[in-house]
Design a protein around this ligand. Structure first.
Ligand code: ADP
Ligand code: GN1
Ligand code: MG
Length: 362
């Protein structure tokens, strides 16, 4: 996207000013994102939605509007500023909240003022993030789930994800399967784990809730001055799901001692201090509403979501890097390897994770 395109497209939205600075943001793996600093001092987030992945952008926009309006209502009741506590989609001149252009689907959010995202955190910051994800879960506790569109069907259906992985392995489009045999065997040996949440949801042993489903640390904004976690962002995958998805995915990313694409696996493990801080923060907000079974399965959920992400990264590597954005050759393979290393590490620490979790559960 050229700056000219961004400026002319931004002019079709009701913004307070014109962009004077356009800064690309590279933290997400899915959408194309820019920060626009405007003449009137306001900042916006200009995003090209990845419509290969989110194939129904109108429905996606309806979801985000409905969820953010709902959260705004809750924040106002609590006397909190909705513009800092949730996303605000900007309207176009035609009163829509997205615009189809020759470059694809464009939307603009207000930039959350005085806040930033991070890719790794101190234990204290991670605990703040956990509490914010917990509050997010609570605020959506009475959201009418049936009104939500499923933006990516079967997003966390790990049994389906395993089948997709097996298909990618069999197709071997890029001729890469032989070189990742050890990683593939590791995944294929964990079929039982893939069933943990899916089967329990199907029998009703686990309740269906409205969940975020992508609780990566960089999907939360922290106050520049206080480091408080103030706003959960990246609401594209808010759908009915299990609380295990939100807990597990947050641990997967935020409790790792290394970056998601770290090539040196000796640096990668799941830090039990970070695990404990996240668990404490999350359960400080949710322990009263979670069922006993949900709490019991939180440690397994960290393994499950990490395995799921590992097979998604490896599947994408086998498919030719078509889903997750990459900035270098072999990045999806490195990402897959860190996830599998984390799974192995969590397996060896499962008893400790269970003990820690039980200490904060009701
Ligand atoms: P992706 O789906 O590609 O992950 P995100 O919606 O998470 O895209 O946005 C990518 C990054 O852009 C975030 O990690 C955050 O740093 C920044 N960002 C997104 N929305 C906002 C916002 N409303 N205010 C400030 N920063 C934002
Ligand atoms: C993607 O959009 P982003 O970067 O926050 C992905 C998640 C993965 C994550 C791995 C819609 O999240 O499911 O866990 O990458 N989002 C989608 O880092 O597929
Ligand atoms: Mg994101």
């Amino acid at each position: 996207m050229t700056n000219e395109f961004i400026i002319s497209t931004a002019a079709k939205f009701k913004l307070g000013g014109k962009p004077v600075e356009i800064i690309p943001i590279h933290t997400g793996h899915i959408n194309r994102t820019y920060r626009l600093n405007c003449t009137n001092g306001s900042s916006y987030i200009f995003q090209k939605v990845n419509t290969d992945i989110f194939t129904q952008p109108k429905q996606l926009t309806e979801n985000i509007l409905a969820v953010t309006e709902f959260i705004r209502g809750k924040l106002s009741t609590l006397g909190k500023d909705p513009d800092r506590g949730t996303l605000s989609l900007m309207p176009t001149e035609d009163g829509e909240h997205m615009l189809m252009t020759e470059e694809g689907c464009i939307r603009i959010y207000k930039a959350v003022p005085g806040a930033h995202s991070v890719d790794s955190a101190t234990p204290e910051l991670f605990e703040n993030a956990a509490a914010a994800f917990g509050r997010f879960q609570n605020m959506l506790g009475d959201f009418p789930a049936a009104t939500l569109h499923e933006s990516i069907p079967q997003f966390h259906d790990t049994v389906k994800r395993l089948n997709d992985f097996k298909d990618a392995l069999a197709a071997d489009k890029m001729g890469r399967a032989a070189s990742v045999k050890a990683e593939a065997d590791f995944i294929l040996a964990r079929e039982t784990l893939c069933h943990v949440a899916v089967d329990a949801l199907a029998t009703g042993e686990l309740p269906l809730r409205v969940t975020h489903n992508d609780t990566k640390l960089n999907n939360i904004m922290f106050d520049d001055a206080t480091d408080e976690a103030i706003c959960v962002i990246d609401l594209d995958t808010v759908m009915p799901g299990s609380v295990l998805y939100d807990f597990g995915d947050a641990i997967r990313f935020g409790a790792s001692t290394a970056a998601e694409d770290e090539p040196d696996l000796s640096l990668v493990e799941c830090d039990m201090n970070l695990y404990e801080h996240f668990t404490r923060g999350f359960l400080s907000e949710t322990a009263d509403t979670l069922t006993k079974r949900e709490c019991e399965l939180l440690p397994e959920s960290a393994m499950l979501l990490t395995l799921e992400c590992g097979m998604r990264f490896l599947g994408d590597y086998l498919n030719g890097d078509v889903y997750f954005s990459t900035s270098r050759e072999g990045q999806n393979l490195d990402r897959a390897r860190t996830q599998l290393k984390l799974v192995a590490d969590m397996e060896s620490k499962l008893d400790l994770m269970r003990k820690i979790t039980a200490g904060y559960s009701k």
